[in-house]
Design a protein around this ligand. Structure first.
Ligand code: 5AD
Ligand code: SF4
Length: 492
């Protein structure tokens, strides 16, 4: 049980690590465009946190490649070591600080090497980072990546270089990300940046700024390009994809933009999803993350209509208790959330649903915690990312409420949530034994060289004997066995 508990406690970090692991050994070198002259310097980049962050690192790699840099996957060889950081929980930040110690040793050996901190932790700490971590030369927030070549030049003169300006417009729309460590089959596409939701526990609005949507034409072009290169699955990424809204008319802002119609030239998430799904029937489309307050039936109907839109929705609930949801400023209550679940079951009956849950938010009582367990019983998620509440400096919750649930109580509640989810995941997977799924093959299983792993439409990992297939192909796999995390099967 110990290992499983650990697995789920750090599930969020693990899910990104899993991506890293799955891609390991298939590392592609970053290609400098043919017309760009090499500047003789190499960068190394390492990413933590959410999928958005991994997607951002690909934008950074593209910006540096266009400035003449080559990449290296060995930080000992790098002239510039970049670490793209996450600030969502204290634990995530601690991992980054530990990693900086390792880079410190490199700097002692290679005096010229520069260390740059990017992303959410850079944005949160700003110049303070330079005081706290003496080895850091460059600090760049999520909207400052275009200035990275200039920041590196500045740092080369011996000065510390900082750009943490947040933007209302930057979407890196026309930058074609360089796919780092790609499996060549699945890719992420950022469709928007920032977040306007102000959930009281969350540091993201502070680190990633105001919400803005990327021009749909550049999104569709990027997906088309990936398909032409052989990719067969794209995941549309945003902090809150359901509030995607794009218009060329820049006078449409705020409420005016929200109220405007498709006929006014406004593209919402349902329309965008449709455009990407129409690229090719064998290009799968996924998206993440949905916010229950914005997830419309319109999106669900589009999902139901297109076979290539995966039948999987990640719908973070955070808590099953309406008072706690109010304190979290989630702007929905338990009943609203359950109504959205019913809408999914009605319109997309085969959809798998997963969630995020926070245990031990400020003032949460035992009874309120049990509301979360009861909600889980009612929904029966196929999978969940579960966390202990971690107070983040500067957030509304840190300012307004006391983090008063004792650590042991938080841990025990998380443990109960994990236990229940393990049971539900196993039940959900057992119900799939005997069924046949179309699986997109992503690569060799981490456990066995003779097996492929891929995912079905419901986002469940399926492992099966290799046969004559190869990555990027679809295989029909009949499920013969399972664990709580994986389906095992054979091609039929
Ligand atoms: N403490 C614990 N978990 C958090 N999350 C976001 N902020 C915090 C925090 N301060 C979780 C939420 C969110 C997921 C990405 O991380 O569940 O949906
Ligand atoms: Fe971490 Fe949130 Fe930033 Fe992603 S957006 S890297 S989860 S703090």
């Amino acid at each position: 049980m110990e290992t499983k508990l650990y697995q789920y406690e750090t599930a969020f970090e693990l899910s990104t690590k899993r991506i890293e692991e799955e891609r390991l050994g298939e590392t592609l070198a970053v290609q400098r465009p043919a017309h760009v002259r090499a500047n003789g310097k190499r960068f190394y980049i390492e990413s933590y946190g959410c999928q958005m962050n991994f997607a951002d690192s690909e934008v950074v790699a593209s910006i540096l490649a266009n400035a003449g840099y080559d990449s290296t996957t060995d930080y000992l060889q790098a002239d510039v070591i970049l670490i793209n950081t996450c600030a969502i929980r204290e634990h995530a930040e601690q991992r980054v600080r530990n990693r900086l110690q390792t880079f410190n040793a490199v700097k002692k050996r290679n005096k010229g090497a520069l260390v740059g901190v990017l992303g959410c932790m850079a944005e949160r700490l700003k110049e303070k980072f330079l005081e706290e971590e003496k080895i850091v030369d460059i600090v760049a927030g999520p909207d400052a990546y275009r200035s990275l070549p200039a920041l590196i030049e500045e740092a080369e003169t011996g000065q510390k270089a900082v750009n943490v300006l947040l933007s209302r417009e930057e979407t890196y729309a026309e930058i074609n990300p360089v796919r780092l460590n790609s499996n060549g089959v699945t890719a992420f596409i950022s469709i928007m940046r920032g977040c306007d939701n102000m959930c009281s526990f969350c540091v993201v609005p502070l680190t990633r700024g105001r919400e803005r949507s990327r021009d749909y034409r550049t999104i569709v072009a990027e997906a088309r390009d990936l398909y032409a290169q052989g990719y067969r699955e794209v995941t549309l990424l945003g902090q809150n994809v359901d509030s995607y809204r794009y218009s060329d008319d820049k006078t449409l802002v705020g409420k005016k933009l929200v109220d405007a119609k498709y006929s006014d030239g406004v593209v919402n998430f349902a329309r965008l999803l449709e455009m990407v799904a129409n690229i090719a029937p064998d290009l799968r489309v996924r998206f993440s993350t949905s916010h229950p307050k914005d997830m419309t039936d319109d999106v669900l109907h589009v999902m139901a209509q297109y076979d290539n839109i995966c039948k999987y929705i990640h719908l973070p609930v955070q808590s099953g208790n309406s008072r706690i949801l109010g304190l979290m400023n989630r702007t929905y209550d338990r009943e609203w959330y359950l109504e959205r679940i019913r809408a999914i079951r009605r319109i997309v009956p085969e959809a798998a649903i997963s969630t995020d849950i926070i245990a031990g938010f400020c003032t949460e009582t035992e009874e309120e915690h049990r509301d979360t367990l009861r909600l889980m019983e009612e929904v029966r998620y196929s999978m969940a990312y579960m966390f202990i509440y971690s107070e983040r400096p500067g957030t509304p919750a840190a300012k307004r409420y006391r983090d008063d649930v004792p650590e042991e109580v938080k841990k025990r509640r998380l443990h109960e949530i994990i236990e229940l989810q393990l049971k539900h995941s196993l039940e959900s997977n057992r119900a799939d034994v005997g069924k046949t799924f179309e699986v997109l093959i992503e690569g060799t299983s981490a456990r066995s060289a003779h097996h492929w792993y891929g995912r079905n439409s419901q986002n469940k990992v399926v492992v099966f004997p290799k046969g004559d297939y190869c990555p990027g192909q679809y295989a029909n796999v009949k499920i013969t066995d399972c664990t709580s995390a994986t389906l095992l099967g054979e091609v039929v």
